[in-house]
Design a protein around this ligand. Structure first.
Ligand code: NI
Ligand code: MN
Length: 226
């Protein structure tokens, strides 16, 4: 069964089909990081957008491990110039099949500038199909009504930001659950910094009162079998 581990902020590790995938590996400088980049050995790294709290340790991790990096076309070009060789450039709406399963890039309402000011294309989320299950990692985004289209795919799990300020806050994340209709939800992208302080337990109470979804609040470093 697919297993996810939350390392704090937006960092999600997905272990499935004999592979380890790591989304948005912001570990160095992440006050909530439950792992060090040097201790991780992903087979695949996925980068949702160019901001430092998502790109994170991608360059060093990819160069050390040779992991395949999946991201948008513009970030792939930037990473290539930084010495990352194993790249899969993609873009929103497109999917790709791998030995471990499928990933499709979804819309995200956000920015994507790279740390050195380079253009980072459009931000995205990720819809995984692994072991017959659909897992949606929204990454950084505001609420958008096309989340209903993602929900039509039948989600086992949605991983949603609730931090407010830079992404959806608790109110819009609750509306997102109503559009996505996942069986379970994991809140992320909160409490890393003062600007995104939230109480995930009160959010869980609201979501479970107003929707059939079950909310799983993880501690950084904790895992969930999907
Ligand atoms: Ni961002
Ligand atoms: Mn962010």
């Amino acid at each position: 069964m697919p297993k996810i581990t939350w390392f704090g902020h937006s960092v999600i590790q997905l272990e499935t089909g004999g592979a380890t995938l790591l989304v948005d590996p912001f570990l160095t400088g992440n006050p909530l990081a439950a792992a060090e980049a040097a201790d991780l050995a992903p087979d695949v790294i996925l980068v949702s957008h160019g901001h430092g709290d998502h790109l994170g340790d991608t360059v060093a991790l990819a160069r050390r491990t040779g992991a395949l990096v999946i991201c948008n076309f513009e970030i792939a070009g930037w990473l290539e110039k930084k010495g990352v060789a194993n790249l899969r450039p993609m873009h929103i709406g497109g999917g790709s099949d791998h030995a471990w399963g499928r990933v499709k890039l979804t819309n995200a309402l956000h920015g994507s500038g790279l740390p050195d000011g380079s253009y980072g294309g459009n931000p995205c989320g990720f819809l995984f199909t692994v072991e017959g299950k659909k897992i949606y990692h929204a990454c950084d985004t505001g609420l958008f009504s096309d989340m209903a289209l993602i929900g039509e795919e039948g989600l086992e799990l949605a991983i949603l930001p609730i931090g407010d300020n830079f992404t959806m806050g608790p109110n819009d994340a609750l509306r997102a659950v109503k559009l996505l209709k996942p069986r379970r939800v994991v809140p992320i992208h909160y409490n890393t910094f003062d600007l995104i302080k939230q109480d995930p337990d009160s959010w869980r109470t609201r979501v479970e009162k107003e929707t059939p979804a079950k909310v799983v609040v993880l501690e950084p470093g904790e895992s969930l079998t999907v």
